[in-house]
Structure formats: C-alpha cells, structure tokens
Design a protein around this ligand. Structure first.
Ligand code: ZN
Ligand code: ZN
Length: 233
C-alpha cells in the first residue's frame, strides 16, 4: 500500500525572483516533513524580459546561459535533500510569457526549451522529454493581483483542455473551484517566493516516492489537495 506524499510542485528560488536559495528551500521543506518538491524558477520569453512596464518582481528570470548552473545546483541539492530528509527534489521550469498572458510549469524538465514559442510546442517539448506540463494559476486570483492578465490558457480552455497533464486548482491562498467543476486533473502548490509562502495549498499523491510514479499519479488524476499551515512555537 503506497503512502500519501505531501508535495509542493511550484517553488521559486533566488535563481529567479524568489528570496531563498535552493538549499534553504530544501531545509525548510525537509524540516516540515514534505516528501516531494519541484524547483520551478521563471524562464521569461524575450518579449517579457525586455518589457520594462512589467512589474519589477516579474522581471527576474533565468537566462539561457544560466540553465546549466541551475540544473547542477538542483542536482546537488537533490542528493542532499534525499540523504538528510528523504525529500525528493524534481527539477522544473516556469515558462513565463507575461506579455502573452500565460505561464507553463514543466516538471522533470532538464533539456532546453525555448520560451519564445507558442503554448503547444512548449508543452509538446516538455512531454517529449518525459516531463509533466501544468497550467498554473489559470484563473485570476482573488487574494492577490499577482497573476492579473495571465488568463490566456483559461480563456482558451476548450483548445488547451487535453494538452496539459494538470491545472492548478490551488495556488498559494487562492482556490480555483472552476478547475474542479470543469473536471480537469489538478494539483495545488505554494508558488513559493518567500519563507512564509510555505503555508499554502499543496498536492497530496498516493504513490511511491519516485519521479516516475509521481508523474503517473498526476497524469492519471490520482491527486488530492490540502491547505498546509506551518505551526510556529
Ligand atoms: Zn506563474
Ligand atoms: Zn510561479
């Protein structure tokens, strides 16, 4: 009988616009007893990168020449996380096309994918390397304006319904009940940028703690969500 795995599959670090290093993130989730995390730093398309009107906090992005360092740092922390906490770390990217109004999470993605492409080729390339494609924060959030305007995917739901492996039903404090009402596969994540974001929606999977089983659980819609609150003394 597989046990339930507490997962956060959407986390930013200092490699893009997060406040913490990958190692600090590992320590926080490890100490909180998590089973699985995915590091998913922003990789902006060139339009979004040069658009000076974009909110400052969204401008920080991985650059193409930084990707190798990014993946080797994740790899280093992955070993440390498993050894120290039994925490599985999955490498990922958040393809971030702010000016076109969409973000795409790719999990277990380690080969270069150009963010200057349309939605379909990005998702196809995620899947081609065995990765998982998730539509994050698909609906404008009520508790924040963080994702204002990023509704390109949701506005074209019929077109993209079958393309993504899952949609975020929870992102930080926001809960998008429409995702459930539409019968879509779902996950829920912190979209962590700072320490306090650990208290947020999470994904719970019932499967073995290895990347292939985790991806299969998400693809088959074998997911639950819960709101996780960190207790402080
Ligand atoms: Zn996003
Ligand atoms: Zn994000």
């Amino acid at each position: 009988m597989s046990k339930k795995l507490l997962c956060d599959l959407h986390i930013h670090t200092r490699k893009s616009d997060g406040e913490l290093s990958i190692e600090e993130v590992v320590d926080i989730y490890g100490k909180n007893g998590f089973d699985v995390i995915a590091i998913t730093d922003h990789f902006l398309d060139s339009e979004s990168l040069k658009n000076k009107n974009i909110d400052k906090k969204y401008r920080k992005s991985l650059l193409r020449e930084e990707l190798n360092d990014y993946y080797s740092e994740i790899e280093r922390c992955k070993e440390l996380a498993m050894e120290k906490y039994g925490l599985l770390v999955i490498p990922g990217i958040e393809f971030t096309a702010n000016t076109r109004g969409f973000h795409i999470l790719g999990l277990d993605v380690t080969e270069f994918i150009d963010p200057d492409q349309e939605v379909e080729p990005i998702v196809e390339k995620i899947k081609k390397q065995g990765g998982i494609a998730i539509a994050p924060h698909p609906v404008n959030g009520k508790t924040s304006s963080r994702h204002e305007g990023n509704t390109y995917l949701w506005d074209r739901l019929e077109k993209f319904r079958g393309l993504f492996d899952a949609w975020e039903i929870g992102n930080r404090d926001d809960y998008f009940s429409h995702v459930g009402m539409e019968g879509l596969n779902y996950v829920a994540n912190s979209d962590m940028h700072s320490r306090k974001n650990i208290s947020s929606w999470k994904t719970v999977l019932t499967c073995e703690k290895d990347v292939e089983s985790i991806k299969e659980a998400i693809r088959s819609g074998n997911t639950e969500v819960m709101f996780y609150s960190e207790y402080s003394d």
